[in-house]
Ligand binder design. Structure first.
Ligand SMILES: [Mg+2]
Length: 172
């Protein structure tokens, strides 16, 4: 199902270069938090993430955090890494993306959603007509809903791995 496929797949957020973003023709980024920038249970970003955020901003990309997690968790995290945020964004529904887009510095010509989940980040981006970069979850997860969603992702991720072997990344 086309709606479940990202524009590009990569391992981690720090693998995303300004060159890739230029190639994708995007000038703005909506960023997931849990398992993308930091562990769901910790507010310390993964190694290299703060430097990556700083360098991407310095390159002129407009970046806003868009997470389904609570404000209590997302707001202090966003403040600590120096980004604006939308919490409780209800991905894959478009409401949160629309709120986040309003917080971008200027009106973007093209937005990419970056996250680690097919059924929230990628599906949401496709429904909203945005590009997406799907990452691998960066640490172990617990909980019934996330395990269920991960199980649902298996088929999609398997196909992406095959495609990746073929041509470097997945177009879409
Ligand atoms: Mg996530």
């Amino acid at each position: 199902m086309k709606l479940l496929y990202p524009t590009v797949t990569l391992e981690k957020v720090t693998d995303i270069t300004p060159e890739l973003l230029h190639e994708m023709n995007v000038d703005a980024i909506l960023l997931d938090v849990d398992n993308t920038l930091a562990p769901p249970t910790d507010s310390t970003p993964f190694e290299g993430v703060q430097e990556w955020i700083d360098s991407i901003k310095a390159e002129g990309f407009s970046v806003v955090i868009c997470s389904n997690n609570y404000k209590k968790r997302i707001r202090p995290f966003s403040d600590s890494v120096g980004l604006e945020c939308v919490a409780m964004s209800l991905k894959p529904f478009p409401f949160g993306f629309n709120r986040a887009k309003k917080k971008l510095r200027e009106r973007p010509k093209s937005v990419v959603v970056i996250g680690d989940q097919v059924y929230t980040d990628v599906l949401g981006a496709n429904l909203a007509g945005m590009k997406s970069i799907l990452l691998s979850p960066q640490c172990e997860e617990h909980g019934v809903t996330i395990m269920l969603r991960r199980r649902m992702e298996v088929g999609v991720r398997k196909k992406l791995t095959v495609a990746k072997r073929g041509d470097g990344n997945v177009g879409g």
